[in-house]
Design a protein around this ligand. Structure first.
Ligand code: LCS
Length: 394
């Protein structure tokens, strides 16, 4: 394994956890598409199941999946990572490992819809209580803590509001009460934000988004800072069954190699587009952490290396005018998801966050007029012309 932890981020993205295949010298990690692995003899099999190094069964470890896990663990400065079948499998891995009868979680109010909905609709069956707070105010997180709180779970930047949470402040609050801090870093990606470096204990990603970046895979990952936390997660994950598939891992490995290049380009497009829309007379508001007008722009500069490639905005005329925008764009595609090479536009209140009751959605600043844009890597002038044309239709 190359020793590259002190190298630049582009180098680390491309090389971390990667090595020529020991059997063939293949430079691209081969897809070890096998569900099981032969043992040399009975003693070897028993030793592997007893904890000796060696592959046993793909749900319990696979070289292709491990190459991806090593890569993301290194990029997030963690001790190890666990690949998951989807972002939601990653979220559930964390909830299932640390929550149970009589426990409590404090979470950001504006979470990706299902991350919040399962806490509200499913986990109460297992005796888990949840409190959702405006985590952009750390005092509200502190006030929600109780003796049973095991997890503080934040999403920053949050989907779809682009509201930020101070990671270092939440780490202090969680640790003072013996809880772990979990950060969903999907919107930042390891290129822009490293929560474990700021005091978080666990970071997770929907790799469906920026890490894979090509809109062709659904996948997730959990990274832990501490080996004990990783061991607890692994024990639950391997037996709950939400593991990755080797081919899926290989696609994400191919995608992540260009994370830095894609992020730079998409972020540059986003910055220009946000600046253009901010001055547009048909735009009633815009929220993008890269703009100085974002109320937490200073926090963005403190804990991120850029504002990312997603923004939300409202147009004069509300939801009906918003529909004119999303129905008539030609370069952007009307679809949920984000973090791909192409620009996507969607309406969270009726799509990604429709499962959250209207009153709670509004309290979390997910207003009915909010249109979310995930900016891709197209030629900037085409993106601007596309939005300018549809805004003129209002
Ligand atoms: N966390 C965040 C912040 C997300 O945005 C998503 C998916 C997930 C977790 C779950 O990941 P998945 O299981 O889909 O890989 N967000 C979506 C969105 O905004 N539109 O479509 C999916």
């Amino acid at each position: 394994m190359k020793d590259i932890q002190d190298k630049g981020i582009m180098t680390r993205i491309i090389h971390s956890g990667q090595h020529p295949d020991p059997a063939t010298g293949a430079v691209s990690t081969p897809i070890y598409q096998s569900s099981t692995f032969a043992f040399r003899d009975a003693d070897h099999g028993a030793a592997c199941f007893g904890g000796a190094p060696g592959y046993k069964y793909t749900r319990l470890g696979n070289p292709t999946i491990e190459a991806l896990e090593s890569n993301i663990a290194a990029l997030e400065h963690g001790c190890g990572a666990l690949g998951a079948a989807s972002g939601m499998a990653a979220v559930n891995m964390v909830y299932l490992t640390f929550l149970g009868q009589g426990t409590h979680i404090v979470a950001t109010e504006s979470l990706y819809g299902p991350s919040r909905m399962i806490l509200e609709n499913e986990y109460p069956r297992f005796g888990v209580a949840s409190t959702f707070v405006d985590s952009s105010d750390p005092q509200k997180v502190a006030d929600a803590m109780c003796d049973d709180t095991k997890l503080v779970y934040i999403e920053t930047p949050a989907n779809p509001t682009l509201i930020l949470t101070d990671i270092a402040a939440c780490a202090e609050i969680a640790h003072a009460r013996g809880a772990l801090l979990v950060v969903d870093n999907t919107f930042g990606s390891p290129y822009l934000q490293n929560p474990l470096e700021l005091g978080a204990d666990i970071v997770l990603h929907s790799m469906t988004k920026f890490i894979n970046g090509h809109t062709d895979v659904v996948a997730g990952i959990v990274v832990a800072k501490d080996p004990e936390v990783l061991a607890r997660l692994r024990k639950v994950h391997y037996n709950m069954g939400g593991t990755m598939d080797p081919h899926q891992a290989w696609l994400v490995l191919r995608g992540v190699k260009s994370l830095g290049l894609r992020m730079e380009r998409a972020q540059e497009n986003t910055m220009q587009l946000a600046a253009f829309l901010e001055k547009h007379p048909k735009v009633s508001w815009i929220r993008y952490p890269g703009l100085e007008s974002h109320p937490q722009h200073e926090l963005m500069r403190r804990q991120m290396r850029g504002g990312g490639a997603v923004f939300s905005f409202g147009v004069v005329g509300g939801i009906e005018a918003g529909k004119t925008v999303i129905n008539n764009v030609q370069i952007a595609t009307l679809a949920v998801s984000l973090g791909g090479i192409e620009t996507l536009i969607e309406h969270p209140a009726s799509m990604t966050h429709a499962g959250i009751p209207a009153q709670e959605r509004l309290a979390a600043h997910i207003t009915d007029d909010l249109v979310r844009v995930a900016v891709g890597c197209e030629t900037y002038a085409d993106l601007e012309a596309d939005l300018a044309r549809v805004l003129d239709m209002i």
